[in-house]
Design a protein. Structure first.
Length: 348
């Protein structure tokens, strides 16, 4: 296996759940990493009828789509190739976990095969670490340390990021992730899948003060809880069967946003963070972005927001994290497997 060349052009592959994604990122630019292409093929239509992701269907869809998505990413980056000539790629990075094991294996297998054929390093990337790099693709002047509020369908955590690769977990959900709560409430209200965008659309026409829903653990430490809020929504609807979905959605969304913003600000104060960052799929939620932005502005803290496209699962963040990992930790072994329960690497 050859060492990475100095160019820093990485092909990223992401198949941890229900998005088939590939991207090319050039990390050699003086102004920071440059996204040459980012292609995401959504499986929403495949899973919508079931109200959530069906693992077997997800992995089969990845098998059908990944070759096409990778080729399109290379072509859009101006790196279209014809065998046996390899494209000008310095490394291939792929998500190895956490995620659905069948889906992960599709991306890992493809990435290893390409790295072997093109004689470049393979880099296995932690999906959560990829999300932490997403904002860095849009901001190359961040202040350290950074308080990162990582909110997605599977994770909700407060991370003190002292720099790339240096993470301390200072708070996390004790039960449901915020994105999981969005999905479950949306399913209960019959709003469809995925729940985050469905709730946000419905809430736009509702009154966020229509229902007095709980803000669990609002004044207690840095951990979070959303299970009780989800149950409170169910009870509120059953007590008020004529309530509009818009009012319920708006009240629920406001409760989630209030907790997330309060915890992020407390985490920033207690960790001595020089700035705040949002990451993960729920970071695309407009009320959350606006509320956190207003709160940070009031406190004089810079807020680093990834673009909405970089919030949801994508391969550009995997490529960016992969290049950093390659240059600081070295390549991954070709016999490395998928790790569905992989945790974020933490420092003491």
């Amino acid at each position: 296996m050859t060492e990475a060349r100095s160019g820093g052009v990485v092909l990223g592959v992401e198949t941890s759940c229900d998005e088939t994604a590939a991207a090319v990122v050039d990390s050699s630019a003086a102004s920071g990493a440059h996204i040459c292409s980012s292609v995401v093929s959504s499986q929403v239509d495949v899973h919508a009828a079931f109200g959530g992701v069906v693992p077997e269907l997800a992995s089969r869809a990845h098998l059908e789509l990944l070759d096409v998505v990778v080729r399109r990413a290379l072509e859009e980056a101006g790196l279209g190739f014809r065998a046996p000539q390899a494209p000008a790629i310095d490394a291939v990075a792929a998500t190895v976990g956490p995620g659905l094991v069948g889906s992960l294996l599709v991306g890992v297998s493809e990435a290893k095969a390409l790295a072997l054929a093109w004689e470049v390093p393979f880099v296995g990337v932690n999906h959560l670490e990829g999300h932490l790099f997403a904002a860095l693709l849009d901001h190359d002047d961040v202040a350290w340390p950074l308080l990162v509020l990582l909110v997605s369908g599977g994770h909700t955590m407060l991370v003190c990021m002292q720099g790339p690769g240096l993470y301390r977990l200072i708070g996390q959900t004790l039960d449901d992730a915020a994105g999981e709560a969005f999905d479950k409430v949306a399913r209960f209200l019959g709003l469809g899948y995925p729940g985050g965008p469905a709730i946000e659309r419905a809430a736009a026409a509702g009154d966020p003060g229509a229902f007095a829903l709980p803000r669990a653990m609002l004044g207690e430490g840095l951990d979070l809880s959303f299970s009780g809020l989800k149950t409170a929504v169910v009870h509120a609807v059953r007590r008020n069967p004529d309530a509009s979905n818009a009012d319920v959605a708006a009240s629920f969304q406001q409760a989630v946003v209030d907790v997330l913003v309060a915890k992020a600000l407390r985490g920033a104060r207690e960790s001595g963070a020089a700035g705040v960052c949002l990451a993960g799929g729920v970071a695309a939620n407009r009320p959350l972005r606006e509320s956190l932005g207003a709160a940070c502005e009031q406190l004089g803290l810079p807020l680093y927001l990834p673009s909405r496209a970089m919030c949801t699962d994508n391969a550009a963040m995997i490529a960016a994290a992969g290049w950093w990992q390659l240059t600081h930790r070295g390549p991954s072994r070709l016999d490395a497997g998928a790790e569905p329960n992989l945790r974020l690497p933490l420092i003491a």
